[in-house]
Design a protein around this ligand. Structure first.
Ligand code: PEP
Ligand code: MN
Length: 375
């Protein structure tokens, strides 16, 4: 059960102490308190654990400071919506807001190779007013002899260039808990010129010990990739590990499913789940068209498949796009065949904006219908 308190509740004031005293007196019930920082207000939520079935909703609703009471399903207690359309969601990190209403594009290198390519990428992003990017330093590879990423050695250079080009958030995969420490050390050594969104890759979706470790730190938000061979419910439960350990600032990424049914795409594009994840949880939803499609193939209408599936995600309300670019895809050390070319950046961003505009129009049309169901 979750008690949603009145906005901006003062935890040092008498009504809150009365509430806490009452909760302390409940036998067999433990509770934890979480602040959810949203636009312009802080909502405090109290999570009650234990024998909550015996608690009456009305009695809990009448306690001081309590605005709403939500009975939660067993799964995704913190990240879930539990039928509440208005539960506060979203977060701001290093000046960039992530919510189910915003849209941020993370165009960048799948893997950091040479500093020149990092710089070309970041300069182009700055020219186009983009504050976010993706940069892989630790690459989980199918083949042990493939390039594994430059790891910690490339981090200071990447972070310094990010500072130079006003990049605020870099999505960067971590495959081991020590990588979080290495990232923190490099940020510290370079004077925190940028922020890092820690990425959990699809191969680690159910690496629960890694999830617990990443969930225990609250410095960085997390980009959590859906598992490519498990159900959506299993992936959402895995994301909940991050929140249950203390970090609810999680973006959920769809990146396609491994099934021959998606051929000739690298994976079966699963962006029909954008609205589903938004309905079931409060997480902003990311789409990764590059790892879904896996190539630069173009259809006769002149639009590459990567553009088409990006638009399909964005027109359904996606909140983030993670997309591979490379100044010289033929030389890329990882995933060159799917990387878009630098010269395409303005075209790609315009194509995203067109899809976003269509989504916002669709929302207004839906609002009009719900206000007047015969319209
Ligand atoms: C990536 O984004 O670089 C990546 C490896 O993605 P995924 O975990 O979805 O395969
Ligand atoms: Mn990749």
């Amino acid at each position: 059960m979750i008690l949603i308190l009145e906005p901006n509740v003062d935890r040092s004031a008498e009504p809150f102490s009365q509430l806490a005293q009452h909760l302390d007196s409940l036998k067999g019930i433990e509770y934890t308190i979480h602040d959810v920082h949203g636009r312009g207000q802080v909502l405090t939520e109290v999570y009650l654990l234990g024998d909550t079935a015996s608690l009456s909703r009305d009695a809990m609703r009448s306690l001081p400071c309590v605005a709403r009471v939500v009975r939660v399903q067993e799964s995704y207690r913190i990240l879930g919506r539990h039928g509440e359309a208005q539960r506060q969601e979203g977060f701001t990190y290093n000046g960039v807001t992530f919510s189910q209403d915003t849209l941020n594009v993370f165009a960048g290198l799948c893997a950091v190779d040479v500093p020149e390519h990092v710089e070309i990428m970041m300069r182009a992003l700055k020219e186009h007013g983009q504050p976010c990017t993706r940069m892989g330093a630790y690459k989980p590879r199918t083949n042990p002899y493939s390039f594994q990423g430059h790891g910690a050695s490339c981090l200071p250079g990447v972070f310094e260039l990010a500072g130079k080009y006003d990049i605020k958030v870099i999505a960067m995969e971590v495959t081991h808990e020590s990588h979080v420490e290495e990232i923190d050390e490099a940020l510290e050594a370079t004077g925190h010129p940028t922020g890092v969104m820690l990425q959990i890759g699809t191969r680690n979706t159910q690496n629960f010990e890694l999830l617990k470790h990443v969930g225990r730190q609250k410095r960085h938000p997390v980009l959590f990739k859906r598992g490519f061979g498990i159900t959506l419910n299993e992936s959402l439960n895995a994301a909940e590990y991050l929140a249950s350990e203390g970090n609810p600032n999680v973006v959920f990424a769809l990146r396609g499913m491994k099934t021959g049914g998606g051929d000739p795409h690298r994976n079966m594009v699963d962006f029909a789940h954008v609205p589903v994840v938004k309905r079931l949880t409060r997480m902003p939803v990311c789409v990764d068209p590059s790892h879904s499609v896996g190539s630069r193939d173009m259809s006769p209408d002149g639009l590459p498949d990567v553009y088409h599936v990006t638009a399909q995600g964005v027109i359904s309300g996606a909140n983030m796009v993670l997309v591979d670019f490379h100044p010289n895809p033929a030389k890329a050390l990882v995933d060159g065949p799917q990387a878009l070319r630098m010269g395409e950046l303005p075209w790609f961003l315009d194509d995203v904006a067109i899809a976003r505009e269509a989504y916002l129009k669709r929302r207004s049309r839906a609002d009009a219908h719900h206000a007047n169901p015969t319209s």
